[in-house]
Design a protein around this ligand. Structure first.
Ligand code: SF4
Length: 449
């Protein structure tokens, strides 16, 4: 990079990356819990993909039975701390809370869940569940992300011998490596990994299936296998200049920031993020918090089509991120092999595609240049097709593994799957729900129950 932003002081980094959602105090939690109406039809519970019994766990907080509250939460969701901190609650449980209809602030379900689960971890994870005696069957899990961990926990409690194979050096998947530190620290994700290990699950990190252990060996070792591999790297932009120094992938950038060694992460003075999803917003706000002077988001559609949640958009605006809507990168121009500026073109929305989204079309002769020192690409991730192709008879559609949604079984009966590799990239809570459902699908496959 030609123009690096100056490094900040340790105090400035700490301040910039401090948690934006503070934990409830005891009085605040009890007061908030007492606002809950304990609705008989719990719309909040229906809106949660893991269907946590929300009114019951909140009621237990109101009576200060935090152990019981944590148990109610964990019975439905093994990834409850990450979900409490990183779930888009405004479009899930809190978005469904009846208080919205009354024009009042919904119950802060996410913060209450965090209050109960924080208590559980702070108190050394008191025993709430007892694994069943070993049933002599073994399950292998590929990937220690939220779906793999949830599947492993559930199976271990049913008496299975469970081994998770994870290529990276730390387990947790995107919960460990891909969540902005001002939302959640990677240490929180590792607490959930520990919880799963406490049930007797073995986690082998640094093991890539297909490289360090063959698919055939994996199949020989286990009676069933769960695929929770998530997605692959970002696709190419397919424009000239993409190979210049100063080009970065959003998830790789976020991963460096997540490890909290902020001063070791170089950031340009002028940063452009291409894409406007939630990951793009994370990358943009992290670049700004690392000291970038100017951070821009370049998006080819308009504000109303941007995939990022409203809350994320507001956060980015508060951080001073500049949005270039209806703008597409056309060429990246460098000097001495390093990114220097980006040629963009203005777009207009044309006719709707098969999904009903209006297709952006370039406006002829509307090119303009933006000076940049660093470009972060955040245009989604490719399916892990190369890895998946190693598994025989595994049906995929548009790169996504096809499953029976009741059991999560794939077209190869020994394999089950969940999380981003089946849905193309949804929330942690969807992965947690998939993993749990798959565990019961595996139990049905093995024991016919
Ligand atoms: Fe409580 Fe709101 Fe859920 Fe009703 S919808 S049970 S008020 S959190």
């Amino acid at each position: 990079m030609n123009n690096l932003a100056p490094k900040l002081t340790p105090d400035q980094y700490e301040k910039n990356f401090s948690e934006i959602h503070l934990a409830f105090t005891r009085n605040q939690a009890v007061a908030e819990a007492n606002r809950c109406l304990y609705c008989y039809d719990s719309p909040c519970m229906k809106a949660c993909p893991t269907h946590i019994d929300i009114s019951t766990f909140i009621k237990k907080i109101a009576t200060e039975n935090l152990k019981g509250s944590a148990k109610t939460i964990l019975e439905s969701n093994w990834i409850a701390l990450t979900c409490a901190k990183a779930c888009p609650v405004e479009v899930l449980c809190e978005g469904a809370c009846v208080y919205n209809e009354r024009g009042e602030k919904p119950i802060e379900i996410g913060r209450l869940q965090r209050y109960a689960i924080d208590w559980y971890f702070k108190h050394g994870m008191p025993q709430l569940f007892t694994p069943a005696p070993k049933n002599g069957k073994s399950v292998g899990i590929i990937g220690a992300g939220p779906s793999g961990l949830a599947c492993a926990a559930e199976l271990a409690l049913m008496g299975y011998d469970v081994t998770i194979y994870e290529g990276k050096k730390l387990a947790g998947g995107l919960d460990t490596w891909g969540i902005a530190p001002y939302k959640m620290s990677y240490e929180d994700s590792l607490k959930e990994v520990k919880l799963v290990e406490n049930f007797g699950v073995k986690i082998k990190t640094g093991v890539w299936i297909g490289e360090d252990l063959s698919i055939q060996d994996l199949e020989r070792r286990h009676d069933a296998i769960f695929i929770g591999v998530g997605l692959d790297t970002s696709p190419d932009l397919k424009i000239p200049g993409e190979d210049l120094k100063g080009m970065h992938d959003a998830l790789e950038f976020i991963e460096k920031v997540t490890t909290r060694k902020w001063s070791s992460v170089d950031v340009g003075k002028r940063v452009a993020v291409i894409g406007a999803g939630n990951t793009a917003i994370d990358a943009a706000t992290e670049a700004k918090r690392l000291g970038a002077e100017q951070v821009m988001i370049i998006y080819r559609r308009s504000e109303s089509e941007m995939p990022a949640y409203h809350y994320e958009y507001e956060l980015a605006k508060q951080d001073g991120i500049v949005f270039y809507f209806l703008t597409a990168p056309k060429k990246i121009i460098g000097s001495n092999g390093v990114v220097e500026r980006m040629e963009c073109i203005k777009m207009k929305l044309g006719t709707p595609d098969v999904k009903g989204r209006r297709v952006p079309e370039p406006i002829p002769s509307s090119e303009f240049h933006i000076p940049v020192d660093m470009i972060i690409k955040s245009i989604g991730q490719k399916p892990a097709e190369q890895f998946l192709s190693q598994i025989s008879n595994l049906k995929t559609q548009n790169g996504k593994v096809v499953v029976d949604f009741e059991t999560m079984q794939t077209s190869n009966p020994k394999y089950f799957a969940g999380g981003d590799c089946i849905n193309g990239g949804k929330e942690v809570v969807n992965a947690a729900a998939d993993g749990k459902r798959a565990a019961h699908g595996i139990d049905k496959f093995i024991f016919g129950k």
